[in-house]
Write a protein that binds this ligand. Structure first.
Ligand code: ME8
Length: 505
């Protein structure tokens, strides 16, 4: 594995099954990926953000049938639901991949032919216990009460097929070594240990083709078979960056990739996928960021369980940024988090309406009443109570190490520092222009920097603050975060607060 490229940032999300529509769980992954992509763009990196839909497999063909459609009709319809939802939520992806694209077929066939030529694929009979919802086989020992899938808690079905197998067992030692050599490859470390646990238990070869369905990518050397959906899906990460078709682009982004995924699909990404890459003779992915599940009342939100919350309804009712902020701040990346409207509204009111919004509003009111409606330039040094440099550095470190919660908490500390400063200095009691200008200038400078650092998480809200302050948002952040840059001069008129409190509907 090579070092993370300092200049480029390639981030992927899982590609979603089209057996249902987007929900807050899938929106969570998208918001995190979008935030990390935005951070890296602002940080001046050549960023490529990939998402898409996973359109093959038994599950999709069954749902299509249930809806009296061909699989193709169904996936065409459903993929647009995802495209539209991400557009409405302002997700800034660069490429939306569909596994039914001809380009993807070519990549899957070329990549798996390479593994076949390298001797890691062979043919055999397979009998196994299959969960259609997971599109995965399970060992008996993994089942709940001996019959149920551990994820969906529904009975598995026995399948007998003549299949091609991937020699995963041959990668037990190479994977172990990879995990030892690159302890940072899977984050957080609890998830790394989980993946390593699978490997240490012993790896069995896996069946990677099907003859029972034809809704999949054909195996190029045997037209009786199509590839198993997971084997086709994982390869999307290579299709999008020109594997076997554009070496220049491929070298720029691979293996400097950041795969963001939920813990439900850890084994496929953290065990199978690195092994597949090794088998095909390319480096395994540099970074796998595994997040937890979003729960409602303690239960996983999912298409299969029927517990879903529509992110578009929430965004329409409360605003996209309120939802983004809540998802990013209250669910530590890696842990499970509970989603509730009450929680979202209360987080927004205390952090955004009060801590940020009131501070801004008070300063702007003072600019109007005491400084002729023109914002002052800032002093050269930050007041002590801001702990400015320390907290700004800390926020950058949190963004750089994929910890949105930490970044947002630190920004809230900066704002609290500024609120305390304002209370201590009481500029509303002073009639000296210079004094008032210095105090307000320092706070506006802090608001400028906080809003820039908040841009990845709350793009629209941050832009509103920056535009009030007359600050350009098309900047390279690296050059904008030192204290003392705000020149003032923005004309302020009396206006309603930018961030009024939300009420639970
Ligand atoms: O697994 N909380 O697709 P999928 C947080 N097609 N994240 C959640 C979530 C929840 N409650 N529910 C879903 C597949 N997710 C495969 C992936 S990739 C090569 C193939 C998110 O539609 C989370 O990212 O079941 C999870 O890993 C993913 O959706 C599963 O999406």
């Amino acid at each position: 594995m090579s070092e993370t490229s300092p200049d480029s940032f390639y981030i992927t999300t899982p590609i979603y099954y089209v057996n249902g529509t987007p929900h807050v769980g899938t929106a969570y992954t998208m918001v995190v990926a979008d935030t990390l992509a935005r951070w890296n763009r602002l940080w001046g990196r050549d960023t490529f953000f990939l998402t898409g839909t996973d359109e093959h497999g038994l599950k999709v063909s069954q749902v299509a049938q249930d809806n009296n459609m061909t699989p193709k009709q169904w996936v065409d319809l459903m993929s647009t639901r995802f495209i539209d939802a991400w557009k409405d939520l302002g997700i800034s992806y660069d490429r939306f991949i569909r596994t039914t694209e001809p380009e993807h077929y070519r990549t899957v066939q070329s990549f798996l032919s390479k593994i076949y030529e390298n001797g890691f694929i062979y043919k055999d009979l397979y009998t196994g216990l299959y969960c259609v919802a997971c599109e995965a086989y399970y060992n008996e020992s993994e089942l709940v009460q001996g019959v149920n899938c551990p994820v969906h808690l529904r009975p598995v079905t026995e399948m007998v097929e003549e299949n091609y197998f991937f020699r995963l067992s041959a990668f037990q030692d190479p994977l172990k070594k990879w995990y030892e050599d690159f302890p940072e490859a899977v984050t957080p470390s609890t998830r790394r240990n989980e993946a390593l646990g699978f490997i240490l238990q012993g790896l069995e070869d896996i069946s990677i083709t099907r003859t029972s369905i034809d809704w999949g990518v054909p195996v190029p050397w045997d037209n009786e078979h199509v590839f198993y959906v997971w084997y086709d899906a994982l390869i999307n990460y290579l299709t999008a960056i020109g594997y076997d078709s554009d070496q220049g682009v491929f070298d720029k982004y691979w293996p400097h990739v950041h795969h963001l995924l939920g813990k439900d699909i850890l084994r496929f990404h953290c065990v199978w996928w690195p092994a597949m890459c090794m088998a095909a003779g390319i480096d395994p992915p540099n970074k796998l960021i595994v997040h937890g599940w979003l729960l409602v009342g303690g239960e996983k939100i999912s298409k299969s369980s029927g517990i879903t919350v529509d992110p578009l309804e929430i965004a329409n009712e409360y605003g996209i940024d309120a939802m983004r902020y809540y998802l990013l701040k209250e669910t530590h990346l890696g842990s499970d988090g509970d989603f509730s409207i009450e929680g979202m509204v209360s987080t927004y009111n205390s952090d955004i309406a009060n801590n940020l919004g009131n501070l801004l509003q008070r300063c702007l009111a003072l600019v109007v009443s005491k400084l002729d409606g023109v914002t002052p330039a800032c002093p050269l040094q930050p007041p002590e109570v801001f702990k400015f440099d320390q907290r700004v550095d800390q926020t950058i470190r949190f963004w750089e190490s994929f910890q949105p919660t930490g970044a947002l908490e630190t920004l809230m500390e900066l704002l609290r520092g500024a609120n305390i400063y304002l209370e201590q200095k009481e500029p509303w009691k002073s009639s000296e222009n210079e004094y008032v200008g210095n105090v307000i200038g320092a706070v506006l400078e802090l608001l400028r920097v906080v809003s820039l650092l908040l841009l990845p998480a709350m793009p629209e809200s941050s832009k509103k603050v920056l535009s009030r302050l007359g600050v350009d948002t098309t900047v390279n952040l690296r050059e904008e975060l030192t204290f003392g840059r705000y020149k003032g001069g923005a004309v302020i008129e009396r206006s309603a607060p930018l961030f009024p409190r939300l009420e639970v509907e």
